[in-house]
Every structure is written in C-alpha cells, then in structure tokens.
Ligand binder design. Structure first.
Ligand code: GLU
Length: 279
C-alpha cells in the first residue's frame, strides 16, 4: 500500500508551492488507492504558531484535500527523537558542539574557507577533536551545546547507499555531503533531519513527495535511515513554484498565500488545474 504525506511547518501561511506539494502527495496516494497523511512539523517552537497550524487545515480543505486523522504533531514527540539521538550517541556517531555561530565563522575565516555543503560552509569540526575530559568539563560548566553527526564515522558505518527517485531511478548517496550536521540544536532537542526520518518510518510513509529544494537533504536522510535501521521510502522531489518574476515563493510573500487567493475569490479548482492537478 502506498502511503504519502504532506509535512508543513506552521511558521507562516501556505502558498501555491505548498499546494503543489500537498497535491502531489494526495494525488499519488489517491491514484494508488493508498493513504495520505498530514504531519505538522513544529519542533521549532519559537517560530511555530497555532494560528498557522489552523491555517494549514483551512487551506488544505479549501483545496479539496482530505487526510487521515489524528494528525501527528512533532512537538509532542521530543522524547522519541531524543531516544534516537541517544542511540546514535551510544554508537559514537554524535558529539556535542559548544561553538557559537560567530566562533564557527571565525574558525572558517582563519582556515581561509571551508568546503561548501548544500546549506553553506560545512562545520570545520572544531568540537569533534575535544577530549572526553574537556567535553565533560564544558558540559558541567553549563555551556550550551548542540549535537552533531560525525559524518566521517557515519560514512564508514553505512557504506554505499542509494535511494529510488521517481522518474530518475537510483541516486547514489554522498554520506558526507552535509558534513557534521546538527542533529539536535542548542535550543531544540531535535532537528528537522532527525524528526523527519523517524516520523516517515514510524508512519509507514512509502513515498516521500516534497520540493526539489529538499533533494540534497535526502543524502543525509538515507544515512540516518541506515544508521537507525529504518526502511528507505521512495522519493519524488517536485519542481518549485515561482512567482511572476521567476523567484521561488516564500512564506513571507503574503500575496501568494492560499489564504489571500481565497479571500480574493479564487476558485480552488482553477488553482489545482494551473498546478497540473485537474479533477
Ligand atoms: N517541514 C518541511 C517544510 O515545511 C518539509 C519536510 C519534508 O517534506 O520532508 O519545508
């Protein structure tokens, strides 16, 4: 049975790009008589708002979509993400990082640059080299720390990996693409990468449909799946929707939100057709 999902973060109102994403998952499930899930990715408590979550339900219903209930809300599952993190830590694949953003920038500048990952320069690995005694001392001094994946150790552990990308076939994973990425922030005991991988597995998602902007993240997601012995779903990364000027839509573009389309009297069937999903 095919299981798809739409997994928005309630940090703003949905726009046409989200509509394309939701429709892609919903339509794939419907065509295969499968299941379509909705998941609220709200681990960033400082940026998420209940009003935006309510807006998600409103906008999707306006689009004519339906989804299974109960809806999984990530903020209710920090303990599960913490347990996965502890397992990776126990396997020696995660280390505490005490660096501030400014310290990381200074370190990179002093080294004359750092290799680029998909989201900017890769972390230079400063805290990977700390001795167990130094780590313990900093922790007991109460210095806040994030937890990072030891990408080299993870790469050695997982060996060769691939994922199946709809219409493109097998994609070879570069397990070091993101470098020593943060798996739990200083202020949040999880990260998007960790939570999404665990939830997709836990919810039995068999086809992940999401925007092309998350294609690079899938390299890391396959690594985490392998390290945590989770099954690998298939993926379909779809095109991104641009505004009239050719720029990618963002949540800050108020005019492009589904809410404002609705308020201006737009017809949801027309929007669906324009996005490539006629009834
Ligand atoms: N929560 C993510 C976002 O709103 C999407 C996650 C995913 O589809 O994997 O960008």
């Amino acid at each position: 049975m095919i299981v798809t999902r739409f997994a928005p973060s309630p940090t703003g109102r949905l726009h046409r790009g989200h509509a394309l994403s939701a429709l892609t998952g919903w339509q794939a499930a419907r065509a295969a008589k499968g299941r379509f899930l909705l998941r609220i990715e709200d681990i960033d408590l400082g940026r998420c708002r209940p009003a935006f979550e309510a807006g998600i339900y409103e906008d999707l219903a306006w689009l004519g979509l339906d989804w299974e209930t109960p809806v999984r809300r990530q903020s209710e599952h920090f303990a599960e993400y913490g347990a996965a993190l502890a397992r990776l830590e126990g396997d020696g694949l995660v280390y505490p990082c005490f660096c501030t953003r400014a310290e990381i920038e200074a370190e990179i500048a002093a080294a004359g640059g750092a290799p680029q990952g998909p989201d900017g320069p890769r972390y230079p690995g400063t805290c990977r080299a700390l001795s167990p005694a130094e780590r313990a001392a900093r922790q007991s001094a109460g210095i806040p720390f994030a937890r990072r994946l030891d990408a080299a150790a993870a790469a050695a552990r997982v060996g060769t990996l691939r994922w199946e990308e709809a219409d493109r076939g097998e994609i070879a994973v570069d397990p070091r693409l993101h470098g020593d990425v943060v798996l739990a922030r200083k202020d949040i005991p999880a990260s998007y990468h960790l939570a999404v991988v665990l939830d997709d597995a836990l919810q039995g998602v068999s086809l992940v449909t999401r925007g092309e902007d998350l294609f690079a993240a899938t390299h890391l997601h396959r690594v985490l799946q392998a390290l945590l012995c989770l099954p690998a779903p298939r993926y379909r990364h779809h095109r991104l929707v641009a505004d009239a000027g050719g720029r990618r839509l963002a949540k800050r573009d108020a005019a492009a939100t589904l809410a404002s389309l609705r308020q201006s009297g737009a017809d949801p069937r027309q929007l669906r057709t324009a996005l490539g999903f006629p009834d």
